[in-house]
Design a protein around this ligand. Structure first.
Ligand code: HH2
Length: 278
């Protein structure tokens, strides 16, 4: 695993785990739909997360919750680009969560430091959209599409299958000239996985170090935590922090979370117990 995470003009030390704060510029996200649905509220929310300790801000204009059907390029562009343009001068790198190569190109041109693609840059033209730039990329595993992914997903060995997929994506990126310090891999909790699949992935998360890339975990507020605790999405902060800690203990170097302040405190305790500086 690299010692530094390179994203655009930023180089972030991986000596401590990094917090990626989520800003959904959507009316319908499962986790926080409507919270930051306008440019003004999204920018304000992002700045609040940076103050709370977010190292990276992840902005997205399309919900990928189970059952969702997606938005047009135009709609997504109108949601994302004005927010990106206002945040690029800020202290934290901005990641754009999109599956669309056209928007990836526009985001890179507008100063995005990272592209986070739940479709692992599989769309035609996606790798080309980022390869010649300095942006980082996150490639995530999913089975099926958000519209159908939670309908009875099946794996013989979920960890082996997800690991093989992510290794192949890392190879494809390396072949396109993307440095390993720019590549983030994510097993995609909740994307075409049952509760048992998600638990197995978390138990064996350390196995994803074999990709050689930087490991990201995104469990925050997800339904697996609701299944375990019986709590609604707005009441999953403690469960989310616990999951982030387990992920970090098992090698995640970036945690994608909604509750930045709570996660930051928990990771500060973890980092101090490790005998390392904050
Ligand atoms: N999860 C969501 C969206 N993007 N990206 C990565 N790399 N990993 C994830 O686990 C991940 C992701 C879903 O969460 P959220 O953005 O809160 O909800 P929605 O898709 O409904 O906007």
């Amino acid at each position: 695993m690299p010692e530094f995470f390179r994203c655009g003009k930023f180089s972030l030390s991986l000596a401590r785990p990094l917090i990626m704060g989520v800003v959904n510029i959507t009316p319908d996200s499962f986790s926080d739909g409507g919270l930051a649905a306008t440019t003004r509220t999204a920018v304000a929310h992002a700045r609040r997360l940076i103050e709370e300790g977010a190292d990276i801000i992840d902005i997205g204009g399309e919900s990928t919750r189970p059952g969702s059907s997606g938005v047009t390029l135009d709609e997504e562009r109108q949601r994302v680009l004005p927010v990106l343009e206002q945040l690029t001068g800020d202290a934290a790198p901005v990641s754009v969560d999109t599956q669309k190569p056209e928007l990836m190109r526009e985001a890179v041109a507008s100063g995005a430091a990272m592209i986070n693609d739940i479709n692992a840059l599989l769309a035609p033209g996606a790798i080309e959209a980022i390869a010649a730039s300095e942006v980082a990329v996150c490639v995530m595993h999913k089975k099926g599409t958000p519209a159908n992914m939670q309908i009875d997903p099946h794996y013989d060995d979920v960890v082996a299958e997800v690991l093989a997929f992510l290794k192949e994506r890392v190879q494809a990126l390396r072949a396109a000239g993307v440095a390993i310090q720019r590549i983030v891999v994510d097993p995609g909790f909740g994307f075409g996985k049952s509760l048992e699949h998600n638990l197995e992935l978390l138990r064996r998360l350390d196995g994803f170090g074999a990709t050689g890339a930087i490991l990201l975990s995104g469990i925050s507020r997800k339904s697996m935590l609701g299944r375990i605790t019986g709590r609604d999405v707005g009441e999953r902060v403690h469960a989310s922090v616990a999951a982030a800690l387990i992920a970090v203990e098992k090698g995640a170097r970036i945690v994608r979370v909604h509750d930045v302040a709570a996660t930051r405190d928990a990771l500060a305790v973890w980092q101090t117990v490790q005998g390392k500086s904050l």
